[in-house]
Design a protein around this ligand. Structure first.
Ligand code: ISL
Ligand code: CA
Length: 555
């Protein structure tokens, strides 16, 4: 397999609003990020993926962009950006920017023009339709509740918004839109950034004729069925020809609704489209009839089956991205493991081992390297996320859930769990801000924080450092073939990696129970490469795994 820097890299995601506040207004910003670059260098990550920092009215925390070539006032200036970028490059790291081009903000100049008249030159930059029977053009629902259509009085037509009504969808079938997007991408690449994470890029090509979808029973709205639409690959190939192929850069497509088969096209190793995609299957296993609003837990067998399918199917054909958490997901520790005080350190290390030893490019979401947990939001007043706020209103008004139930689900699955301020130290507001934070700080910051962990060799942070360093030393961790063992075990996740006759065994105990496991013959007497308990250097025969123990053993 061809060796490339983005396959060997570890990516760290920064959610700028919550990372570090440089000026005391309670909101994270670019100067704050620049002040923490040494921390990221210490961790050893190669690439920073920055969630959007462009000008935005913040209906969806920057995923609603009103000017792609300007910086959000709250985050600083273009000068601050340039300083941050050169600070990143000086330290030998790279910067990947979020590219949000399925939609813009309704305050973007293109949309302001588009809504003025039916014959405005920008009209076809967006997706406008007449209503049917006094209602919206079709039955598509928005990912953020309600209809995906908004009536606009000036021209008496509806515009499509798959997300909030302040996020109108761009019309990618219009070549002018593609040209604008490509030249904007070029502008940033010429500035020296190193790649793009492409927001919901799987949704850009809508079904011709925008047909009604099939609403699940009892539901009013249907999924738009726009994932992997008819022209998405053609548009990405065009983007690749015109922009991507001209730079040494990294691309990752956020692909809601992507299947393994589709991913082989998006992230094909022949380099015609993108380098890799974020798939969603493993973060949907705990969904229920009302989507994420449930207290269902992920079944380990299903998780193993899903991740293994992605590992083996893409092997040699496309490239995986590896993640357990991001700014849209609850904290990985609380979700896939436990944040119980007695186990959380061991468990955070176990999850990290499980993920970082797989084939693909691992992503660390800010705070994950400290074992940050979900947040005990008391009431809806503590919640800021538009998705949670809309769902709370809609589902409690419809009587689907009580307010208490909804709050419980938000505490388990809401996106704000990942958006509470980064926990730097045990001083006021976790050292995130001198002012009043825009969202509450998780009260466990006095115990879980970076300052307490950086110098502690047994901390979650130090363990991540070790995993990241190992990946740089050992090609088998990056390129080795994956094979699942013990597929039917309820609480152990065991797999091997192999490359050029070398073999690596990874054993993860996903439970608090001590669990026996017999080391396979070919690994008997094998050297423990890394583990989260002080285990002897060599293992053989039957071993008793401790709660949430993880081990990687060389054959
Ligand atoms: O988090 C979700 C709701 O369950 C996902 O549907 C999410 O909205 C989807 O993964 C797309 O996410 C991306 O685009 C959204 C933005 O709100 C997310 O933060 C972003 O990651 C719209 O731009
Ligand atoms: Ca600030």
């Amino acid at each position: 397999m061809e060796k490339t820097w983005w396959k060997e890299a570890v990516v760290y995601q920064i959610y700028p609003r919550s990372f570090m506040d440089g000026n005391g207004d309670g909101i994270g910003d670019l100067k704050g990020i620049t002040s923490k670059l040494d921390y990221l260098k210490e961790l050893g990550v190669d690439v920073i993926w920055l969630s959007p920092v462009y000008r935005s009215p913040n209906d969806d925390n920057g995923y609603d962009i009103s000017d792609y070539c300007a910086i959000m006032e709250e985050f600083g200036t273009m000068g601050d950006f340039d300083e941050m970028l050169s600070g990143i490059h000086k330290r030998g790291m790279k910067l990947v920017m979020d590219l949000v081009v399925n939609h813009t903000s309704d305050e973007h100049a293109w949309f302001q023009e588009s809504r003025k008249s039916r014959d405005n030159p920008y009209r076809d930059y967006y997706i406008w339709r007449k209503g049917t029977n006094g209602g919206p053009p079709n039955n598509w629902g928005s990912f953020f509740s309600g209809s995906a259509w908004q009536y606009d009085a000036p021209t008496e037509m509806y515009y499509l918004h798959l997300f909030s009504k302040k996020q109108p969808d761009l019309n990618w079938d219009n070549p002018k839109v593609r040209t604008e997007v490509f030249s904007m991408m070029d502008w940033w690449l010429r500035k020296g950034i190193d790649g793009f994470r492409m927001d919901v890029i799987s949704l850009i090509s809508k079904k011709p004729g925008l047909p009604d979808g099939i609403a699940p029973s009892g539901a009013f709205y249907a999924d738009c069925g726009c994932a992997n639409g008819p022209n998405v690959h053609a548009y990405l190939q065009e983007m690749n020809r015109k922009v991507l192929s001209r730079y040494d850069m990294m691309t990752v497509g956020e692909c809601a609704g992507v299947t393994v088969e589709e991913a082989k096209r998006y992230a094909s190793l022949d380099g015609r489209e993108l380098n890799m995609v974020f798939q969603f299957e493993h973060v949907g296993l705990d969904d229920d009839i009302h989507g994420k609003w449930t207290d269902r837990r992920t079944d380990l067998k299903a998780l193993k089956q899903t991740l293994s399918r992605w590992q083996t199917e893409l092997s040699g054909k496309a490239w995986n991205s590896l993640y357990f958490g991001n700014h849209d997901q609850p904290r990985s520790l609380s979700r896939f493991g436990t944040d119980h005080k007695d186990y959380r350190t061991a468990c955070a290390k176990m999850l990290a081992t499980c993920l970082h030893m797989m084939q693909g490019t691992p992503y660390v979401y800010q705070g994950e390297e400290l074992g940050m947990t979900n947040c005990p939001f008391k009431s809806i007043e503590d919640v800021r996320d538009i998705e949670s706020l809309n769902a709370y209103r809609e589902l409690t008004e419809a009587g689907t859930f009580s307010k208490e139930e909804m709050m419980r689900f938000i505490r388990l699955r809401g996106r704000d769990n990942a958006r509470t301020p980064m926990q730097w130290d045990k001083t006021k507001n976790a050292g995130f801000t001198q002012g009043k934070p825009w969202i509450m700080v998780n009260p466990n910051y006095t115990e879980i924080n970076a300052a307490a962990q950086i110098k502690d060799p047994d901390s979650v942070f130090s363990y991540y450092k070790k995993l990241i360093a190992l990946r740089k030393q050992m090609k088998i961790i990056v390129y080795g073939e994956y094979e699942l063992l013990e597929a039917d075990h309820d609480t152990l996740y065991v797999y091997t990696r192999s490359l050029n006759g070398e073999k690596l065994l990874v054993i993860c105990n996903f439970s608090a129970q001590e669990t026996p496991y017999t080391i396979p013959q070919e690994f008997c007497g094998g050297r423990v490469l890394v583990g989260n308990y002080g285990r002897e250097e060599r293992v053989q025969g039957e071993i008793l795994l401790k709660p949430y123990e993880a081990l990687a053993v060389l054959g």
